[in-house]
Ligand binder design. Structure first.
Ligand SMILES: [Zn+2]
Length: 157
């Protein structure tokens, strides 16, 4: 599943990337060009604009009701019946939406702060911007979101 997200849902788009989904964040007006791009690239549209629901569009247009970003993630994944895979976490560049490639600690050593090099074991690099990513502090929150989504209604987890 790939997404096209309107400009009111910037934080949601970042979180979809953290969860490993190819997500384009649209900074302009959510107009006909926006919908055409979604159609051409086979992306599900996520929007806070109710008027888009009335437009003719062959693909998925989902109106996001929740205000808090964590609720939005749960809402979107739940409505679309998606179950993100834990090993896909942090597989997409948060800046460019490119799929990251694994890199050895030695290779990224000059690019990351010393304490990160000492405390992290797993690194990925973006082939487009050269950014280095590691699970770090986002991971606990990402996993808690995943737990909420995956085990909803199956206990308190
Ligand atoms: Zn990048």
């Amino acid at each position: 599943m790939k997404f096209l997200v309107d400009s009111s849902l910037g934080r949601l788009s970042t979180w979809l990337r953290i969860l490993g989904y190819d997500t384009v964040y649209w900074r302009g007006e959510a107009d006909r060009v926006f919908l055409r791009m979604a159609e051409r690239q086979g992306r599900a549209v996520l929007t806070r604009r109710k008027d888009l629901l009335a437009r003719q569009h062959p693909g998925i247009v989902l109106f996001v009701e929740s205000d808090r970003v964590e609720d939005q993630i749960v809402e979107v994944l739940g409505k679309l019946g998606l179950r993100p895979e834990p090993d896909k976490l942090f597989s997409v560049c948060l800046r460019c939406n490119e799929f990251l490639v694994e890199a050895t600690p030695e290779k990224v050593r000059p690019l990351v702060p010393d304490y990160v090099f000492r405390t992290q074991k797993s690194f990925r690099v973006c082939p487009k911007c050269g950014g280095v990513f590691w699970p770090g502090t986002h991971r606990a929150r990402a996993l808690s979101v995943l737990r909420r989504v995956l085990y909803r209604g199956e206990g308190n987890g």
